[in-house]
Design a protein around this ligand. Structure first.
Ligand code: THU
Length: 126
């Protein structure tokens, strides 16, 4: 998990965040052992911004991965995942461990089910 956290921290340096200056990195560990990274990408039309977690997960899906074991998220202050990302993580990953780290490498472990209790998901659609 140290490697996944370090990769998320590295991804922070790729962030495009000229409006908020809040840079975020994320890294997802696939079932077959690959680490796929993402960073937040902001738009001048603010609502088009995409969070680091979703960039990492959508990139992983686009590269052919469909099963995930863990997620690491890196911010300056150890800030948590937004609500939209919590839903996407639950939908694509189910209940996985999530490591949230700050700029000093201090981290906390949580999980998708802790971050999004009583989630809406595909089971509600059948
Ligand atoms: N952001 C993320 O990348 N992930 C989150 O879970 C929270 C917010 C980004 C979006 C925006 O570029 C900046 O942080 C400030 O909201």
């Amino acid at each position: 998990m140290e490697k996944l956290i370090a990769y998320a921290q590295q991804m922070r340096s790729h962030a495009h965040a000229p409006y908020s200056n809040y840079t975020v990195g994320a890294a997802v560990l696939t079932a077959d052992g690959n680490m796929i990274g993402g960073c937040n990408v902001e738009s001048s039309s603010y609502g088009l911004t995409c969070c680091a977690e979703r960039v990492a997960l959508y990139r992983a899906v686009a590269e052919g991965h469909s099963s995930f074991k863990a997620l690491a998220v890196a911010t300056e202050n150890g800030g948590s995942l937004c609500g939209a990302c919590r839903q996407v993580v639950w939908d694509l990953c189910g209940d996985i461990p999530i490591f949230i780290t700050d700029k000093n490498g201090k981290f906390e472990e949580t999980s998708s089910s802790k971050l999004l209790p009583e989630a809406f998901d595909q089971d509600n659609l059948t």
